[in-house]
Design a protein around this ligand. Structure first.
Ligand code: TRP
Length: 339
């Protein structure tokens, strides 16, 4: 009996900066856990990064390597996961161009993720066409790898929905299921808030803890962390909800019982912010220390990292070109081999 092949996962990150704790809680942990039971592809999404960073291609290029370091440092194993560079996969661009004919401009403009991102970036009336159309490009990413599972943050769910709409329209046009629909795999923990507690963790907001943070940087970030503004003395009762320190302990402290105890003490009164923060500092140092060390080891061995990217990209080139060929043929585009 032939074994059924493992489900295919594709996910990726725009290469606009090194990854941070929010990425770790949201998706990196998931990827490390899933890589042994799934066929996993990780896309260094430099083309997509250009859709809102065309003014700074140097940043986009530099961060391809940085994000690759982050992947490897957290435990993505290149022996089982494939890491590849988006802009080096021409089939993705070809598929994107086809898919743009199976989605309307109005539908792209209605995508809630795109709407939010346009607002956040202040694009207003000057939206790069590539940006508006990136859901079609992401549909190309996902379908080119024949992925059925896409681990992403909650905010990306509408992009996956739109991918599936394109898939259905194309399949309907062709008359059979050439492309596969995919499911978003949303992490159980919600978005990790930034250290200021105001919004999600993001480098551009200056409220992020990078995976490469030093012990000193961890201490400083936790010291600045938002707690309960009404909790002035250690003896005062404090609030746990909306208290970023507890949100982080919930996300990263494996000793659930100890955290439950701390919460009870904090709510009752008798636990100071200093003592509370000192526990989180220890937890984060223990988590990030080994990641930082592995990251700097890898940084000293760029040949190894480049080799991983070269092999991964080559494999992805073959796979995505195959899908493109299948779609060409299924759509019945002109073929020079036929007469
Ligand atoms: N849009 C994703 C982000 O904002 C990055 C990305 C590009 C992606 N291509 C993808 C995610 C394909 C999942 C699947 O980070």
């Amino acid at each position: 009996m032939t074994k059924t092949p493992p489900p295919v996962i594709l996910t990726g990150d725009r290469t606009t900066g090194p990854l941070h704790l929010g990425h770790y809680a949201g998706s990196l942990q998931n990827r490390v856990a899933l890589q042994h039971t799934h066929e996993q592809y990780l896309l260094l999404a430099d083309s997509q990064a250009l859709t809102d960073n065309a003014h700074d291609p140097e940043k986009v290029r530099r961060n391809v390597f940085e994000v690759a370091l982050d992947y490897l440092a957290v435990g993505v194993d290149p022996a089982v996961s494939t890491i590849c560079v988006q802009s080096l996969l021409p089939a993705l661009a070809e598929l994107t161009l086809l898919y743009l004919n199976f989605v309307s401009l109005a539908r792209l403009e209605r995508n809630p993720t795109i709407k939010d991102e346009i607002r956040a970036r202040g694009f207003d009336r000057d939206i790069p066409a590539g940006f508006l159309c990136y859901p079609a490009a992401q549909a190309a990413d996902i379908t080119a790898f024949k992925a059925t599972l896409v681990p992403v943050g909650e905010d990306q769910a509408p992009i996956i929905e739109q991918t599936n709409e394109i898939v259905r329209r194309l399949n309907r046009q062709i008359g059979r299921d050439v492309l596969l629909e995919a499911r978003a795999l949303i992490p159980r923990v919600g978005r990790l808030p930034g250290v200021d507690g105001r919004s999600k963790m993001s480098k551009s907001q200056g409220n992020a803890i990078p995976l490469s943070a030093s012990d000193g940087e961890i201490e400083e970030a936790v010291r600045r962390m938002y707690t309960d503004p009404g909790h002035l003395r250690a003896s005062d009762p404090g609030r746990v909800e909306g208290n970023v320190v507890f949100t982080y302990l919930d996300a990263f402290d494996d000793d659930r019982e100890a955290v439950a105890h701390l919460k009870a003490r904090y709510q009752r009164g008798g636990l100071g912010d200093m003592a509370l923060k000192s526990r989180l500092t220890d937890v984060l140092k223990a988590l990030l220390g080994p990641i930082r060390e592995r990251r700097s080891e890898l940084k000293r061995d760029p040949d190894f990292v480049m080799d991983v990217l070269r092999k991964g990209t080559r494999k992805a080139q073959n796979l995505t070109a195959e899908t493109m060929a299948e779609v060409r043929e299924a759509l019945g585009l002109f073929d020079l081999r036929a007469s």
